[in-house]
Write a protein that binds this ligand. Structure first.
Ligand code: 1HN
Length: 352
């Protein structure tokens, strides 16, 4: 049955509306369909594509215009126009930024409530120290900076290093829990999670079989992720969705609390349709090339071509079709979404 039309604000006497306003009161019924639309939510998030070829020169220019001491973090934010650029949001819960660190620069230590990850885009020689663990940064590596952990970035190499930051900042800001603390240079501690948890299925037999750390693994090297995807593809030729989830190696839980992180392999020539699900999703191309078709309902589908280091996003409740542009090489994508948040809130949905 169709929803009945409800009375509009203009249907009320202006003096009555003013009397309500004077008491900080608002009638619900004129706005009820707006906040609770039929069948499918209203989404501000628009399918949006950010080309690395356009970002990189502007980011390098930022390197000339603004010294690191004046920026703390030299980042161009990938903003979704559907949320307005000023909000600096890729989706309702996700923030994306491309960060530049030049040789010899240091981005000082701080910690904050929003969770972050870095996906390294290009350049060698940079490192990020998270909770005393010094993580080398190489193309395709995923490095966690979970809520509350100290982190700083340095660069001992010779070429600019660029990475993609993904944070749940819009959610933290909306919840009014977003703040930071500054700190001094961290002491580097021995031990690295990516060494400790090198092989799936094997963890060190520490006391109670657990390290006692909420985030035992902070760096996920791309060489291992890529090898895992190829092994999965070879092992299961009938599997369409050759995808891995970045998880906590001790518990199998999502690597972070709010956003989920994944790597996707498309076999040569493969086309893969991901069903419509409630969370918004971000796609970042690590290797190869891919077509991304976002099946927005109100419009004709939006189609993007993702070249290496390009990034795009799709709103929730929207199917996405990924197409490998090469007939003889695999393509590899990094994906981030809001699934852990939706699951915890009990609003996660897959629409077949
Ligand atoms: C942050 O701490 C970093 O540590 C990058 O590199 C981007 C965006 C918003 C808030 C904090 C970093 C950030 C950020």
């Amino acid at each position: 049955m169709e929803d009945a039309q409800l009375a509009r604000l203009e249907d009320l006497p202006p003096a009555y509306v003013q009397a309500l306003r004077d008491q900080n009161l608002v009638p619900l019924w004129p706005s009820l369909r707006g906040v609770l639309p039929p069948k499918i939510p209203t989404r501000q998030t628009q399918p949006t594509h950010w080309a690395y070829a356009a970002i990189k020169p502007l980011l390098l220019q930022a390197g000339e215009l603004t010294p690191i001491e004046k920026a703390e973090r030299r980042v161009l934010v990938l903003a979704n126009p559907g949320h307005t650029l000023e909000k600096m949001q890729a989706s309702s819960a996700m923030y994306l930024g491309m960060q530049l660190l030049l040789p010899g620069e240091w981005a000082p230590s701080h910690r904050h409530t929003p969770n972050a990850v870095r996906m390294v885009v290009e350049g060698e020689g940079a490192w990020t120290t998270v909770d005393g663990e010094r993580c080398p940064m190489s193309r395709g590596d995923l490095i966690l900076t979970p809520t509350g952990l100290w982190h700083e970035h340095g660069h001992d190499g010779t070429e600019p290093v660029i990475w993609l930051d993904v944070l749940d900042l819009p959610l933290a800001y909306y919840l009014e829990v977003s703040y930071h603390l500054n700190g001094g240079r961290q002491e580097t501690k021995p031990g690295r999670g990516d060494n400790t948890y090198r092989r799936a299925g094997i963890t060190p037999s520490t006391v109670f079989g657990r390290s006692g750390k909420r985030y035992p693994m902070l760096r996920y090297p791309w060489v291992d992720t890529r090898a895992a995807l190829i092994a999965l593809s070879d092992d299961q030729p009938a599997l369409d969705d050759v995808q891995i989830t970045y998880v906590n190696p001790e518990t199998g839980d999502d690597a972070e609390n709010i956003l989920g992180f994944y790597a996707q392999m498309l076999r040569p020539g493969q086309t893969l349709t991901l069903p419509a699900r409630s969370p918004a999703c971000v796609f970042h191309l690590i290797e190869g090339g891919a077509g991304v078709e976002v099946a927005v309902q109100t419009d004709t589908p939006r189609t993007f071509t993702l070249l290496e280091a390009d990034t795009c996003c799709a709103p929730g409740y929207t199917g996405v079709t990924l197409r490998n542009l090469s007939a003889d090489q695999p393509a590899f994508l990094f994906m981030a979404d809001e699934s852990p948040l939706h699951r915890k809130l009990g609003v996660y949905e897959v629409r077949a």
